[in-house]
Structure formats: C-alpha cells, structure tokens
Write a protein that binds this ligand. Sequence first.
Ligand code: SAH
Ligand code: SF4
Length: 373
Amino acid sequence: MTRPPERPALTGETLDSLTARLRERGEPAFRARQILEWMYKRRVRSWDEMTNLPKALRAWLAETFELMPAQLVLNRQSADVTDKLLLELGDGSLIETVIIRAPQEGVGLEHSRKTICISTQVGCAMGCVFCASGLAGLKRNLTAGEIVAQLLQVCHREDARTPRARAELASFDNIVVMGMGEPLANYDALLEALRILNAEWGLGFGARRITISTSGLVPKITRLAEEDLGFRLAISLHGATDEVRERIMPVNRAYPLAELLPAVRAFSERHGRMVTLEFILIEEVNDSDDQAARLRDIARDLHAHVNLIPYNTVAGLPWKRPSLARQERFAGVLRAARVSVTLRREKGHDIDAACGQLRLRTERDREPAAAGG
Ligand code: SAH
Ligand code: SF4
C-alpha cells in the first residue's frame, strides 16, 4: 500500500505562497491574512476554530495542509527553570525544544525572561565527538514548517500557563537555534522559517532576538552575513587551537581557525554587533591555562563575548566537566583581560537539557530489547 502524499504544513507557508494557493482556488486575497492571523495571533489548534472562514474553505484547507506538523509527546519540567518538550514529526522522528526561564528578581516565574531553543535537523552529520545529537548521524533536515511548529508548540504551552493568555505577542524573549542539528547545514529551510517567525503576519519576532549557533560552516557564515535580517551569531569554538579543536570537531579539518575567525570577524563587522564564542569546558581536553590564554586572545581580537559552558555528561561518552575550581580559573584568565565572559550556571541538568540528550534517551527506550536481553 502506498502512503498518501504528505500534505505541506501550514506553518511552512508565507503570506505570498498562501495567497498564491488561495488565488488558484478563486479565493479573495484577504483570506491568506485571515488564516495566518488565526494561526499566529490567535493560535488556534483546529481548522474549525477559524470561524470567519466559509465551511467549504475550511474543508479544503484541512485536506490541503497539515495544521501542525509536530505533536507534543513529552513535556519534562525540571526542578529548576527549564522545560523540555519532545515533539514527534509526521514520520515518527523525535525532536526537542527547550524553554529556559531566567527569573527576574522579586517577580513570579511567569514574568521571567524566556529563551526558547529550537532544533533544525533530526540528528546531525557534523560528528563532534562530545555531542549526543550526532551520535547516530543525520537522519534528515527539518522543513521550515517543522521548525516554525516548534515555536508554536511552545506558544501553546505558554498561553495555557500564563494568565495573559493569547496576548498578541510572542510569549518569549529570545530564540536560540541551538537544539539538535547544524542549522547552517539546513540553510534554506532555516532562513525560510526565521522569515516566517520574523514577519509581521507571523510571530513578529525581531531578528536581533534570534541567535543562530554553528559549529563553523564558513561559506554559510559568509552567506548569512549578507542576509538583510541581522540575526545574532554564536560560534561553537570549543578549542582555541586547531590541534585541540580538530580532536573534538571534525569540521575544523574543512574549516580551520585561519578561515573561521576571519569569517566571524566579517560577520561581526557587517552587523555591528558582538558575536558569541561558545566554549564547552571538557576536563583535560580544552581546559588548560594555555587554551584559556589563546581563547582570551581570540575573543579580544574579534571583540567577541565568550560563553563558557561546563560540559554536560552524555551516557556512553567518556568526557567530563572540569572541577568548579578549574572552571573558575579558566574564566579568571579571560576576566583578567576584561574579556566579556559568562560561566554558565547550568540549567536543566536534571532533565538532560543538553543538546540531543532527551531524544537519545527516549529513542533508546523505544528500541526493542537486544536479542536475548
Ligand atoms: N550544531 C550547532 C547548534 C546546536 S549545538 C552548534 O554546534 O553550534 C548547541 C551547543 O551545545 C553547541 O555549542 C554544542 O557544542 C553544545 N553541546 C553539545 N553537546 C553538549 C554537551 N554534552 N554539553 C554541553 N554543551 C554541549
Ligand atoms: Fe552537530 Fe552541533 Fe552536536 Fe556538533 S555540537 S554534532 S554541530 S549538534
């Protein structure tokens, strides 16, 4: 039996593409805006809630588009301030989306600053040796509609839990593209999704509040610098010399520091704002004083912010985070040179919040028991 052809997701349509589809059907031009308003401003969960559309149009829409291409299968709330949503796609693939709350002094959690972390691929092909997302390689790219759906699922959750439900504003402050996958390896779908999130008819989310994290695909960084929307950029550096970086990130062989760093500088100059260098601290891999000093020099030279992240252990991998004393000592080398640096107090450790870990565990649970086991 053949499977029915997959319907495109409504969350992957732009105002222009939806207008064109509706025009083919002889619908008036204002319908596309009405539909997108139900989706992004009113955030309905069914076609039938789109009450100002004729019934026949609703029926056609339901046959033609998938309203929501990612379904919530698990929501794990940690004891601290991280919520992790596990979503299932049409083909059964699992992706994860994390909400991180940074409480503001003296007010309740619903007024905290919220950052949402989204995925762009199922798995990852980059093969960084410390990372759970890449352990099984790349399964596939996400579509633009699937990327946008992650945000809407989070909005639905936040709408349900906050009293100012259904405000015509996105209910979070920042988007970071730091979930599963290498975002710049799925460039076109990523940019399409970010344009939908940014559009006035979409979520209206400002480009400056969107950070894209990359392991360092140089030609794509150069291309991103040329886009009219000024997204923020974070680079997963994790090694301050080619020797150390290459050991843990195969991408460094294709794009060594001598190519990566000038591309980062060009991006930062073009957009006039600081780039973030992400540096996970892994014991006896990249936590030496020498690495700290070299990282300090790179950051000063690029006028970049450094985000130090104590490594999150991954079941089955040998890497460990350094002691607190070592972490502080490393940060101290940068601070002494007045480099802008944060040593991340980790959030969500108790729910496996790091890259790819919840999905990995759930997939392992789903696997049939090994023969004889
Ligand atoms: N592929 C992109 C974005 C997703 S990874 C990138 O590599 O930048 C988001 C961040 O989580 C990256 O900086 C990545 O190196 C980091 N990361 C991966 N595994 C981690 C772990 N076990 N502990 C801490 N950070 C991790
Ligand atoms: Fe992919 Fe990023 Fe993980 Fe590297 S760190 S394997 S690029 S998701």
